[in-house]
Design a binder for this molecule. Structure first.
Ligand code: FES
Ligand SMILES: [Fe+2]
Length: 338
């Protein structure tokens, strides 16, 4: 993966949000205007009209062309100027920068970079699979992508931030096996406690049924947490991070679970419960980011028990052009108490 961070697909918005009106989007600190062309395909243009620099996202869509709100110049999905409503002749050759844009898994994805493009966006596992039920969440964090990813893949914080909701400290030893992969890193946990937590008393089939739990980082900006049980139940949480700027991250989460016909019923309580838990993380990360900004930058200590912190940081540094990603297929064990 020799590409830079920007040369990957990021979620711009859920498909259903992009209708007849254009949308403004900020990604990597760049302002983009999103709209649907004549064929209904999503398109992303730099949000600045070449005429007098008005924001194109404040305009409207006319026959699949994006019309600027100031003097009505109309642009196609590839950014070409197609019509100037007050000039009788062909418009001059003029183009607004456009960005690759596709639709997949119910999201509009955009690639904000100028380099070589990743072939396709990553796929959300389990969406629309028989027996599985899913729901989606969108959350704005005042935090970096790195902080979000690490938080989503960090077990120890759950006994504090989500105490009684998701995890309660038992101080029991837990073994974690960490492995680096071609596209990230994965941790598998063994002998993990599940008692005294609201989530587990609602979702877990009891201590006698064995559970497999893996946390996975997929470069550049995705986390995936999977729980599966012997009796066929399974839960999977995938979060794709879109950097708004270098201090804000918009996170698109798909939660899927295999509970057969009970799925829609489980979703009824699982969805609001997940919202409460994510908001606990939002508060913690927002507050940490305020401290980081007040101090002029992060100053982190990393323990071996912060298992995926280093792989995430090394990958992200490599994708900024600073060093190499961690070598794949290395494996090590870590002892924790949870
Ligand atoms: S500024 Fe866009 S048409 Fe004039
Ligand atoms: Fe959390």
């Amino acid at each position: 993966m020799g590409r830079m961070l920007e040369d990957h697909w990021y979620i711009a918005c859920p498909s259903r949000k992009l209708k007849r009106q254009p949308l403004a989007l900020e990604i990597f600190g760049r302002k983009l205007a999103l709209f649907r062309d004549e064929g209904g395909r999503p398109a992303a243009l730099e949000d600045c009209c070449p005429h007098r620099n008005a924001s194109l996202s404040g305009g409207r869509v006319v026959h699949g062309r994006l019309a600027c709100p100031y003097h009505g110049w109309e642009f196609g999905g590839e950014g070409r100027l197609l019509r100037v409503p007050y000039a009788p002749e062909q418009p001059p050759a003029c183009r607004v920068k456009h960005y690759p844009c596709v639709e997949q898994d119910g999201y509009v994805w955009v690639c904000p970079g100028d380099g070589e493009l990743t072939a396709a966006p990553m796929v959300f596992p389990h969406l629309n699979l028989p027996g599985w039920t899913s729901f989606r969440m969108e959350t704005l964090f005042h935090a970096t992508v790195e902080a979000c990813l690490e938080n989503f893949l960090d077990c120890p914080h759950a006994t504090h931030v989500h105490r009684y909701w998701f995890r309660t400290p038992t101080a029991r030893p837990v073994k974690a096996v960490v492995r680096t992969l071609e596209d990230g890193a994965v941790t598998e946990y063994f002998q993990e406690p599940r008692e005294k937590s609201l989530v587990w008393s609602l979702l877990s089939p009891g201590k006698t049924v064995s559970m497999k739990h893996t946390d996975r980082y997929l470069a550049p900006a995705t986390s995936r947490v999977d729980y599966s049980f012997d009796d066929g139940r399974a839960y999977s949480i995938t979060s794709s991070c879109t950097p708004v700027d270098d201090r804000h991250t918009r996170v698109f989460t798909v939660i899927s679970f295999r509970r057969g016909w009970l799925g829609p019923l489980v979703r009824l309580f699982f969805h609001p419960l997940s919202r409460i838990i994510i908001n606990q993380d939002v508060r913690m990360l927002n507050q940490a980011q305020e401290n980081i900004e007040a101090r002029g930058g992060p100053d982190f200590l990393a323990l071996e028990q912060d298992v995926l912190f280093r792989p995430i940081m090394e990958w992200r540094r490599a994708l900024r052009g600073e060093g190499e990603p961690p070598q794949a297929d290395r494996e090590w064990q870590v002892e924790l108490k949870l």
